[in-house]
Design a protein around this ligand. Structure first.
Ligand code: ATP
Ligand code: LTN
Length: 333
């Protein structure tokens, strides 16, 4: 028998459809990691409530996100793919951990500061305690590794602090998780403004390639991608952020190194290069989109997997929650 696999936990908020940045920076890496870890991936719908949602669109987006996880290659039979809000232990543990988290710690979170500025009319308490719910997500499953983008690193640090504080009082209840910051595709920039990251909430529709964009749209967006006044395909993020971003995307999709890409397009113009990147991305997305359409057409299969996975997640989460409740001295029901 081999060694028992370590536990990996991650998830995304269920807002809007995903971009190529979400795919190359997160989802695609998860698919690789899922071979080596026992994985839990959540559709983080409770976190999405920190920003006001339209209920109909929100419900659809959450289901779409689940289908995209599966279409991208995460098997719901090999991994636990579930909805955060379907497992009540998340909200329960978050409450308990709230009582082990200090206002000062939460006030230092840069995401809280950014989002409060962006949604100045709705600086709610959920936005403030967002990292505590995230800590509960991770700690419930005794995760060893948590793949996240650089923007989430601070949240992982506070999660470790809360877990260590709790363990310090009550003994070894929680596994202390390690962040796992991927390398390839770690940061895909906007096609229209390569100084900014590619984001779902970009105002310019040409800045972000969406995972469900059709071939013509993908090709058109790459054709319009902002570059520079030279014509050499050379990786230099400082001086040539646009072209460097395209090299990064192309190398992430094809698996070629940056040097190989430079050599491949040596002496060729930007027009040819942009067309090649567009084609490579469209080819990468085509099978994912086909699978997504198929999944959405036979919803009952997906719904059955969701039910099974919600139960598997709840089983693991409740084990930790029971232990926590006992440790803090809550009476048994
Ligand atoms: P928003 O536009 O609403 O801020 P987002 O597109 O940044 O959202 P998140 O839900 O915050 O998406 O992130 C989901 C995951 O995708 C995270 O792990 C994040 O690090 C990763 N990710 C998001 N955008 C990019 C990007 N441009 N490049 C690489 N990874 C990204
Ligand atoms: N905050 C994360 C989403 C998220 C998450 C988590 C990621 C919520 N809970 C637990 C990893 C582990 C984001 O915005 N990307």
């Amino acid at each position: 028998m081999g060694e028992e696999k370590k536990i990996l936990y991650s998830g995304m908020q269920a807002t809007n459809t995903l971009t190529l940045g979400n795919y190359l920076g997160a989802l695609k890496n998860w698919v690789h990691l899922s071979e080596d870890y026992t994985c839990f991936f959540g559709v983080m719908d409770l976190h999405s409530l920190t920003v006001r949602q339209n209920p109909t669109e929100f419900r659809q987006n959450a289901k779409k996100l689940y289908a995209l996880y599966v279409a991208a290659g995460l098997s719901p039979e090999e991994n636990v793919l579930y909805f955060q809000s379907h497992v009540s232990a998340h909200a329960e543990l978050a409450w308990i951990l709230n009582c082990f988290t200090y206002m000062g710690e939460l006030g230092r979170m840069t995401q809280f500061k950014d989002k409060s500025a962006k949604h100045a009319d709705n600086v709610n308490a959920g936005l403030f305690t967002y990292p505590v719910l995230m800590a509960a997500d991770i700690l419930l499953y005794q995760a060893d590794a948590v793949p996240v983008g650089a923007d989430q690193k601070q949240h992982l640090e506070i999660c470790r602090d809360i877990a260590e504080r709790f363990n310090g009082i009550y003994g070894d209840v929680f596994t202390i998780p390690e962040p796992y910051i991927g390398k390839a595709g770690a940061r895909i920039q906007s096609l229209s403004d390569p100084e900014k990251k590619m984001s779902k909430s970009d105002e310019n529709p040409n800045g972000a390639v969406m995972l469900l964009d059709d071939r013509d749209t993908v090709l058109r967006k790459f054709k319009r991608a902002v570059t520079d006044s030279e014509s050499a395909v050379r990786f230099d993020p400082e001086k040539k952020p646009g072209v460097s971003n395209l090299i990064n995307i192309y190398s992430s999709v094809t698996g070629k190194t940056k040097e190989d890409v430079e050599a491949e397009f040596d002496g060729k113009g930007y027009g040819e290069f942009k067309a090649a990147v567009g084609e490579a991305v469209a080819d990468e997305l085509a099978p994912l989109q086909k699978k997504y359409e198929k999944l959405m057409a036979e919803k009952s299969w997906l719904e059955e997997r969701i039910r099974e996975n919600d139960q598997k997640a709840a089983y693991c989460a409740n084990k930790t929650l029971r232990k926590v409740k006992k440790k803090v001295g809550l009476t048994e029901p």
